[in-house]
Design a protein around this ligand. Sequence first.
Ligand SMILES: Cc1cc2nc3c(=O)[nH]c(=O)nc-3n(C[C@H](O)[C@H](O)[C@H](O)COP(=O)(O)OP(=O)(O)OC[C@H]3O[C@@H](n4cnc5c(N)ncnc54)[C@H](O)[C@@H]3O)c2cc1C
Length: 383
Amino acid sequence: MRRDIFTDDHEAFRETVREFIAKEITPHVEEWEAAGIVPSELYRKTARIGINGLQVPEEYGGGGMDTFRFNTVVLEENGYAAATLGGLQVHLSTVLPYFLEFANEEQKARWFPGFADGSLVSSVAMTEPGTGSDLAGMATTAVRDGDSYVLNGAKTFITGGIGADLVIVVARTGDGGFDRRRGLSLLVVESGMPGFSRGRNLDKMGLKAQDTAELFFDDVRVPAANLLGAEGDAFSMLTANLPQERLTIAITAQATATAALRMAIDYVKERKAFGKRVADFQNTKFVLAECATELEAGQALVDRAVTELDAGTLTPADAAKVKLFCTEMQARVIDKCLQMHGGYGFMREYPIARLYTDARVTRIFGGTSEVMKSVVSKSLELA
Ligand SMILES: Cc1cc2nc3c(=O)[nH]c(=O)nc-3n(C[C@H](O)[C@H](O)[C@H](O)COP(=O)(O)OP(=O)(O)OC[C@H]3O[C@@H](n4cnc5c(N)ncnc54)[C@H](O)[C@@H]3O)c2cc1C
């Protein structure tokens, strides 16, 4: 069905992004997957076509956009091409919003020019070896000592963690008393700070060109000037940003499932079995029709949510519904489209195999499907 959330400007930008991905990313995906990371030079290149600075204020060299629609275009084109942006995707859609919302003027002047020109990328480190869904249970601590915090702890599964120049670390700075959610703060740790080290680039089943790291903090002295927002308020800051993070995952899920359907359609029109095209079996037609119908529903949800996000009205419960639906739908659609490829679908030289393994994590990161259900159920006033 016709989509109505984009203008000619968005479509022109889409064309630029599509050409960029075809020329600068697609030919290198295999090489970067083998390396487990994309080269940082990629981020300079994406910056040159304006991707990195989209939402960075103009005075710092960015585009100053107050809409998520251009980011949506980038996410979609990346998904349609089964390409990769490495850690940049999470930097732009999940981490940058914290800086945009909570950085003070001095911090903006320090970091925003680097965000815009691609020389700085960031990660966010919430998850720990012992706790993920239960964020308030984290054990990393930061104790104020003069004009710095002394940070101790370990984080894991951090997207972009190997290559990140800045890492927003969520740490406990105070006792929340009766409320475990109070007393958490956001500290910006910089590459090279003594006591900050990176562990393995984790060996994942998918998203292989996107580095994912363990991070260790051993008496790291983080200047108080690197505190983002108010001390003790991290939980509410994180919660405020979750709708965008979850919508980002839903947009990617939708785009990659759309790509899978296109791949399946192309494949079944060529492949022959029992003397006819696989496309001619009624089962093929029905299965692909189901996929197309599910995709239409997902797209309507995504477009509505992008509109709500731009208007500032996307609620945590609605974002959770969109993530839940689109990522579960992505799994169903990609699985069916892979099935249409027969044995070739299991071969990594066919991009459908990569889409399948990459898709598995969208029901886990950014909050699991179970956590999404629990967020949605809280809005149902069951108590
Ligand atoms: C590739 C990848 C990239 C990631 N990137 C980042 C990143 O950049 N930064 C970051 O901070 N984290 C990141 N994560 C971590 C991710 O957000 C967590 O893995 C996720 O939130 C789940 O936490 P967990 O792994 O500790 O699972 P657990 O919380 O241990 O959950 C285990 C199981 O228990 C279920 N469960 C937990 N609580 C409940 C409940 N209340 N009700 C019902 N079921 C429940 C879960 O749904 C799950 O099925 C990443 C993870 C992966 C795999």
